[in-house]
Design a protein around this ligand. Sequence first.
Ligand code: ADP
Length: 263
Amino acid sequence: RQAIKKEIALKATVSAIKKKILVLSGKGGVGKSTVSTNLAVGLSQKGYHVGLLDIDIHGPNIPNMLGLEGFPPMITDMGVFPIKMYDNLHVISIGFFLEGKDTPIVWRGPLKHRMIEQFLSDVRWGELDYLVVDSPPGTGDEIISIVQLLDKVDGAVIVATPQDVALADVRRSIRFCIEGSIPVLGIVENMSGFVCPHCGNTVEIFKTGGAERLAQEYKVPFLGKIPIDPKIVQAGDDGKPVMIYYPDSKPAEAFSNIINKIT
Ligand code: ADP
């Protein structure tokens, strides 16, 4: 009975979401959470109803990136209520449910699967235009679970840095999508050049253009470059995404362009 109830709740949640977007990366630290957060915020700024789901179980950064630490979601008989950032932006992260910042997660696949299922079946997301999922790096258990549970994923945004586009990790993420029939919405080249805080010009520290070439090779869209900008680090640390606090910055402009391309 319990299992059937869960199944019905899961179907109800999933069918109330118009577009499900996964944000993927080959490895960690490339800015996947930064991209997920700013895409979700930017979509909500355009008036869409957005859910941001952080299933990066081993590094749930979304609560601090949005300044939502210490606001646990309300758990009631009716289900779990996601944290409301705005009327049209709601957030759930595994980070909300951990006791301490340094709590390690050592769950095995089936346990992770059940937790991700609960994030969909037990959370009262309501009607959403977009669900943006911040996934763990790579193509492991969590991603396989979310793809299965969401039934049909509308697209994946793949984040890479200029240094790692040559590596197999990014290619693996692209192949994962192609083989799983997940449309690749495109590749984002993050940390692409450095914006000088004094003159505003962009300095190419690492090589640039690799992600664009990779996109051409796999015949998937290239969504644009996001420069290295100290404002992003500041924004991430302070829980203030650039899309809200530095709307005139180059990264915010880059995020807006990406959003225009994927909507
Ligand atoms: P991931 O989710 O891939 O592990 P994060 O989004 O957590 O990566 O980013 C890792 C770190 O790099 C964070 O401190 C973040 O603020 C910083 N960062 C991400 N993108 C940029 C950028 N374009 N410019 C400067 N710092 C960035």
